[in-house]
Ligand binder design. Structure first.
Ligand code: UD1
Ligand code: UDP
Length: 402
């Protein structure tokens, strides 16, 4: 678990030392919480006053993470609805966050990645002329519709942010190519690696998952996660059919599929893969359970961004179920392969790698290209320097903005 300065300790510290600037940290989905947790804890260690806001864009997915990541929330915007729309989430987050920005007047807003919460938070900050720091800046797939809407979200946030925390040199180059001033871009690594390392030190695996791992000993375990909006409908259905048929035909293979609660995923998963032998449809797993299953996997199939960043640390082969990736570093490292469009391609990948598993066996734990576990320290050091030395924005009433 993360060390943290607990709220009680904070109150004592408040009287003992001068509190530094106020940083509002906003998240709303599972991956944002995982990636921002190390930064929140580091900010607190360095005595920043933190205001932690959850949009609760995710409700059930987020809840198990807050406890295990040791995060306490100051404000919960509670925006999630079943089958929510992008505009519904965006407008609610902006409106509800605005009153918090008005009353709390933070010196900086920190957002992460490319979700609707991220975009709404950055725009709300801009409208109130509060500087925005963007963690995981500079990812680009090159296709505005894939991943949808994330590629547009992150491009828009790059227009707004005053501090860009890029995970890799490639991410930095992407930003410079779009004329983001180089003095605002910092290569810090991705704090997902910090979170992963912390968690791996103290995995608390549930009896249910322990049991499942034991019961499937000797089988080739495939771990599947899939939830991207651009694949909903026929693409998702045909991928699930290919995977189901592949497992069914091979008695030494089994599938673990923690199913995303999105009805567009859940319903089709149940319909195509429900009640089939050696196929385990699971509820979303907490971080410890998920990492335990990742570690036990023979092969991972996923369209998740975070999983691409975690696979190198665990040395697990990953087939990326997408047409493109904004994380080519995972492919270059040899850990991941891009499946590309069409069910034929996935079928071929699965059959070839089952027949000759040279690549699968060759994948080993490697230096993670996305980070070294010290990203949060770097991010907070930069925030400290920037906030201490000069205001990051010139106000509109002074002639220039940002
Ligand atoms: C969002 C992010 C995506 C990220 C993903 C992680 C955007 C635009 N996309 O996906 O980048 O990879 O989260 O999971 O922000 N639901 C629940 N309970 C939950 C969470 C979701 O029931 O705890 C259901 C709801 O019906 C909801 C649907 O899942 O409408 C989709 O959730 P949403 O937050 O809209 O996810 P995405 O936008 O698909
Ligand atoms: N994850 C988890 N339990 C699950 C599925 C995923 O803990 O059942 C973790 C995973 O390790 C990674 C993150 O959630 O850190 C990825 O979240 P998701 O795939 O929802 O979003 P993305 O990374 O694609 O934005």
């Amino acid at each position: 678990m993360f060390d943290t300065v607990t709220p009680g300790t904070r109150t004592k510290l408040r009287s003992a030392v001068d509190w530094r600037m106020k940083v509002l940290v906003l998240f709303g989905t599972r991956p944002e919480a995982i990636k921002l947790a190390p930064v929140i804890h580091e900010l607190r260690k360095k005595f920043f006053q933190t205001i932690v806001v959850s949009s609760s864009q995710h409700k059930q997915l987020l809840a198990p993470f807050l406890a295990s990541l040791n995060i306490d929330i100051d404000f919960d915007l509670g925006v999630m609805r079943r089958n929510q729309t992008l505009n519904g989430v965006c407008s609610k987050v902006m409106a509800k966050l605005d009153s918090i920005l008005a009353s709390e007047q933070p010196d900086l807003i920190l957002v992460q990645g490319d979700t609707t919460t991220t975009l709404a938070g950055a725009l709300a900050g801009f409208n109130r002329q509060i500087p925005v720091g963007h963690v995981e800046a500079g990812l680009r797939s090159g296709n505005l519709l894939s991943p949808y809407p994330e590629e547009m979200n992150r491009r828009l946030v790059s227009q707004i942010a005053s501090l860009h925390f890029a995970a890799t040199q490639k991410n930095r180059r992407n930003l410079l190519a779009e004329d983001v001033p180089s003095e605002k871009v910092f290569v810090t690594g991705n704090p997902v690696v910090d979170a992963l390392k912390h968690m791996l030190k103290n995995l608390k695996v549930s009896p249910q998952i322990n049991e499942l791992i034991k019961a499937t000993e000797g089988r080739k375990r495939i771990l599947l996660t899939t939830h991207r909006r651009e694949s909903f409908g026929p693409a998702l259905a045909s991928n699930l059919m290919v995977i189901g048929d592949f497992v069914e035909k091979r008695k030494n293979v089994c599938l673990f599929f923690p199913v995303h609660p999105n009805p567009n995923v859940k319903n089709i998963a149940k319909k195509i893969l429900g009640k089939r032998e050696r196929i385990h449809l699971l509820d979303p797993l907490d971080y410890s359970d998920f990492l335990a299953i990742m570690k036990s996997a023979w092969l991972i199939l996923s369209d998740s961004g975070g999983v691409q960043e975690e696979a190198p640390s665990l040395g697990k082969p990953l087939l990326i179920l997408r047409e493109n990736t904004e994380r080519p570093e995972a492919i270059r490292s040899g850990v991941a392969k891009l499946v590309g469009p069409g069910p034929g391609s996935l079928k071929q990948f699965l059959e070839e790698n089952y027949a000759v598993d040279t690549w699968i066996k060759s994948v080993k734990e490697i230096g993670n290209p996305f980070g070294d576990g010290k990203s949060a320290v770097r991010i907070v050091r930069i925030i400290e320097e920037k906030l201490a030395t000069k205001p990051m924005i010139a106000r509109a009433d002074q002639g220039t903005l940002f």
